[in-house]
Design a protein around this ligand. Structure first.
Ligand SMILES: *Cc1c(COP(=O)(O)O)cnc(C)c1O
Length: 389
């Protein structure tokens, strides 16, 4: 495991992960999930938190029954990090990787007849049972299969006894996070229930039905079924402002999630620049008066997006320091004119708490016109991850 506890990181750029916050979020989600199986989505390097570090932390939580991943590479990494429980593949796989599915003991999501046929043949050849999940199309129009294709899938399932029938049936909502109006979600849910009935009539009734990502899990109990698949909320973020408002409007508690991740760096250079000086590429910022600037060794390579140029703030000694000029590939300039006593080597908080000030991925997302999902997912995998508390 790459994570280790340290009081004074020697790095210039690092990410801290709070086990306490992760525990709190898992307990909140476990309570919301009730009797449904709780899986945790660790795709996109565990939403930028670091896959092996998060898998190691989740291994300590008995509430978590399984992980969901996007790719077989992530599945292999999760097994390498010691994950022994359930592992579901949400995304596609290449035909050449099909045997890996058996070796890694992964439950693939199926949306392609040829691939199901191939897995059926392999289950015979390897004399090995396989749990598969059929992805049903209910209105997101991404990966699902349509109602009129179900009978073709049923005949494949009936041909291979080691696939006997689909273990799971799933769908994904298109419009829960982005709105407080859940009529489209209700319509998709209706379609899902119709397709489940059809599967039953075809003799392929699924054992595990699942639809709920974070927003559905938090807001609509009718979406929980047998298993839930939250991602963003595990890491302490609400899927959206709308989800938060809907939850609070229905009387839910304010304090059920806490961000797991903090991102920090150190000042590597200080300078005083005269009035009327341009700062950085493109001369996009010009000082109005003499200014004290600090250079920090992070840039868009590290996940501090160029869209934050001249917009974002970072925290130094519990105060906000504005970004001046364009964010570079590996460096960013900040203005510390109003913050006394700053020295080279002082800690800078990009995401997290400094004194009484807090910056979140959501705040960065709003400055950069993005969403917290993207800000987190784009954090560089090369940045060291350290477990704290
Ligand atoms: C990413 C993903 C999830 C998790 O979504 P969150 O909004 O992060 O909770 C669940 N299901 C599928 C199919 C996904 O792709």
């Amino acid at each position: 495991m790459a994570a280790c506890s340290m009081n004074k990181p020697s790095h210039l750029n690092w990410i801290e992960l709070s086990q306490d916050a992760l525990n709190k979020n898992i307990l909140s989600l476990s309570k919301l999930a009730g009797n449904s199986t709780l899986t945790v989505c660790v795709k996109a390097n565990a939403y930028g938190h670091g896959l092996s570090e998060i898998v190691a932390m989740l291994s300590e939580r008995p509430e978590v029954d399984g992980l969901t991943v996007h790719s077989l590479e992530e599945a292999a990494q999760s097994r390498q990090a010691g994950w022994k429980r359930g592992l579901m593949l949400l995304g596609p796989f290449d035909t050449s990787q099909a045997e890996e599915i058996f070796h890694l003991d992964v439950e693939p999501t199926i949306f392609d007849k040829e691939q199901l046929e191939q897995l059926g043949q392999l289950s015979d050849k390897l004399n090995s049972n396989l749990k598969t999940h059929l992805k049903l199309e209910t209105g997101t129009n991404r990966q699902g299969i349509r109602s009129n294709e179900l009978s073709a899938f049923a005949s494949i399932y009936q041909k291979y006894e080691r696939l006997a029938r689909p273990y799971g049936a799933s769908m994904h909502f298109a419009n829960i996070e982005d709105t407080t109006d859940h009529s489209y979600a209700q319509q998709q849910l209706g379609e899902f229930n119709e397709m489940l009935k059809k599967m039953e009539n075809l003799g392929i009734a699924p054992t595990v039905r699942h639809t709920a990502s974070s927003a559905a899990l938090i807001l609509l109990e009718s979406t929980h079924f047998d298993l839930v698949r939250p991602g963003i909320s595990v890491y302490g973020y609400w899927p959206s402002k709308e989800t938060y408002l809907s939850y609070r409007h229905s009387g839910g508690d304010n304090d059920i999630f806490r961000p797991v991740l903090s991102w920090k760096t150190r000042i590597t250079q200080l300078k005083v620049v005269p009035a009327d000086s341009f700062i950085g590429y493109g001369c996009s910022y010009r000082t109005g008066s003499e200014a004290k600037l600090a250079v920090i060794p992070i840039g868009y390579y590290d996940g501090f997006g160029r869209n934050l140029s001249n917009l974002a703030y970072v925290l130094v000694k519990g105060k906000r320091a504005p970004v001046r000029g364009r964010v570079c590939m590996n460096l960013t300039m900040i203005d510390i004119s109003d913050i006394p006593g700053v020295k080279v080597g002082d800690e800078v908080t990009i995401i997290g708490q400094s004194g009484s000030e807090v910056l979140t991925a959501k705040q960065l997302a709003s400055w950069g016109e993005s969403i917290s999902y993207e800000v987190l997912a784009r954090l560089s995998a090369a940045t060291p991850r350290l477990a704290v508390d």
